[in-house]
Design a protein around this ligand. Sequence first.
Ligand SMILES: [Zn+2]
Ligand SMILES: [Zn+2]
Length: 259
Amino acid sequence: MVLNFILLFATAMLAGGLAYFIPSWEERYFKLVLVFAGSYLFAITVLHILPELFMDAIDAPKMGLYILVGFFLQQILALFSTGVEHGHIHHPSHQHAANAGVWTIMIGLFMHAFLEGTLLGNEGSLSAHLHDHSGHDHHHHHHHGSNNLLFGILLHKGPEAFALVAVLMSSLKKRWIFALLTIFALASPLGMLLSNYLYESKILGGGTMNVFYGIVAGSFLHISTTIFFESSPDHRFYLNKVIVSMIAFALAISLEMLL
Ligand SMILES: [Zn+2]
Ligand SMILES: [Zn+2]
């Protein structure tokens, strides 16, 4: 848990710092990293999170609904965040708009990142829940798989923090950028700690936690598919993006089987 906290926080701070200290970053490299991370996020959602959520006999019929709720919740959060979580960086020509919206961006992005963190809160809780109903011990499987989940979220966290700093740079002073980056970097770790606490203290049962997980899965579907669409706005075929996507899928599949 402590290691996860540090990894999540440090990844966000490093990626944000990168955007800050290398302002002359090449947009096309960022786009490729973004496509890689988005593809990876899509892959672990489909390969890992969804199967696990639907394996639960009790929640399965309603799970589709939670996922749809999460998808539309993310659609609304993206209105606030201006799409920073899917790597949307507005051009400096929109400076006045960004300036007016710094707090709405932070609120939208913080809520997204906080929810995202809940997914990492209790390794094995999903499986413990499964164990109750199916009689089979899935703990071994889930514990290992959750490393891949953590890896996918860390990959996504990089471009997210990078995009946040790139957006803030156009409208804020240095110290404010670092203060806001630190607040953002704490969002997922805090979500993780809260969901861990709520589960461990039995305030929320596995069934209620699954509602959150369904919502996060829906938001991941929204974010990752939006990255696909926005990476080729004119419907052109970009071979390098397809190749990057394929490498991300192959890596996600391999790690899902190996870890
Ligand atoms: Zn966008
Ligand atoms: Zn995120």
